[in-house]
Design a protein around this ligand. Structure first.
Ligand code: SAM
Ligand code: SF4
Ligand code: FES
Length: 345
């Protein structure tokens, strides 16, 4: 076995930035990295795949992230906001289907005040599910109120840990600020989900290695990694986008560096390759997030083109992911799927 793979196996905590850059610059070890990630996934988080149902409740956003179809300046999008009653009704249907986590995701939409989100959390928690918020950057005080109301997790990808690239992609924000939010969420007791896109313009092995180092530094409880997919209605329309192999490698390395994290096989993976999510589940991922956004809204949450699941029957994605998990000889998670904290080496 080569020295570097041996180090990944036995001394992962001392893997350096330079070594990660090297691994991301060559395809020589890819197969070994994928196999090791699969073994580590099995050892630390087992064969269960946790299902988290996602409700994309508003596609209105005050931000202008250069890559995203929901950005404020995109005028080619039919905008919607679900009423709190509609969101709650949907949450009930999901809980009845025995799904144990509900993810509330939206653009950064101030319409949903501290109180509206708080009341939603209180009502949804009565259903016995874990609640994950993914609604962008808000005031620290709001994070606290929502945690006290019962929210369990917060997903907010760091997008890229390269400060210069972060600034280019988010003209009104900085990586330092995003970092502060993520550490604050951790301090408040949330399970925190960071993560990045792969294949952003100007991003290569060096930048991706920074992402991995940052995920390790944060000790991210959840890690969302997907390819960047250029959207024709954004300034990045002519860029190339992320490829399957590199994205799988970043997922696999994340699993190796942070073995107990919950890592989804993202929708974007399924959108660039018909078996993208299955491949991710074989390279370290242990979570899947079926789309439970109701119609007529679902097709309008258009982050990028060719997004899967837009025209499936209402709750079909639940059965689809259950079948997918069984097809891979894995087990459908029956618990809430919190991060397993244990001190195995
Ligand atoms: N507004 C919240 C936020 O930004 O955290 C949550 C929703 S946002 C649409 C969810 C994620 O979509 C982002 O973190 C980003 O990584 C991803 N995303 C947006 N545009 C994308 C694109 N063109 N390709 C791939 N992923 C994209
Ligand atoms: Fe808004 Fe999130 Fe899209 Fe940025 S990534 S434009 S914050 S929805
Ligand atoms: Fe949506 Fe398979 S998960 S159709």
């Amino acid at each position: 076995m080569s020295e570097i793979i041996n180090k990944l196996k036995t001394k992962k905590d001392s893997i350096t930035y330079e070594e990660l850059v090297y691994l991301l610059s060559t395809d020589k070890y890819d197969q070994q990295i994928f196999e090791l990630a699969d073994q580590i996934r099995k050892k630390y988080v087992g064969n269960e795949v946790h299902i988290r149902a996602i409700i994309e409740f508003s596609n209105i956003c005050k931000m202008d992230c250069l890559y995203c179809g929901l950005r404020k300046q995109n005028k080619n999008l039919k905008r919607y906001r679900m009423k709190p009653e509609e969101i709650l009704e949907r949450a009930k249907l999901i809980a009845e289907r025995n799904i144990k986590t509900i993810v509330l995701q939206s653009g950064e939409d101030p319409f949903y005040t501290t109180e509206i989100i708080k009341d939603l959390i209180i009502e949804i928690k009565k259903l016995g599910v874990a609640v994950t918020l993914s609604i962008g950057e808000r005031e620290f005080e709001e994070y606290k109120i929502w945690k006290e109301a019962g929210a369990d997790r917060y997903l907010m990808r760091h997008e890229t840990a390269d400060s210069k690239l972060y600034k280019k992609l988010h003209p009104s924000d900085t990586f330092e600020n995003r970092k502060k939010h993520l550490f604050k969420l951790k301090e408040l007791g949330y399970e925190v989900g960071a993560g990045c896109m792969v294949g952003l313009p100007g991003q290569g092995p060096k930048e991706l290695a920074k992402d991995l180092i940052f995920l390790r530094e944060l000790d991210s409880d959840m890690i969302g990694i997907g390819p960047f997919i250029p959207n024709p209605d954004t300034p990045l329309k002519s860029e190339k986008g992320g490829d399957l192999n590199t994205t799988l490698k970043v997922i696999a390395l994340a699993r190796i560096l942070i073995p107990t994290a919950n890592i989804p096989a993202t929708t974007a993976m399924g959108s660039i390759h018909p078996f993208g999510r299955q491949l991710a589940l074989k390279c370290g991922a242990n979570v899947i997030m079926p789309n439970l956004t109701p119609n007529p809204y679902r097709p309008n949450y258009t982050l990028y083109p060719n997004k899967i699941c837009l025209f499936e029957a209402d709750t079909a994605c639940i059965d689809c992911v259950r079948a997918m998990i069984k097809g891979l000889n894995r087990k459908v998670g029956e618990t809430h799927g919190f991060r397993i904290k244990y001190s195995a080496v």
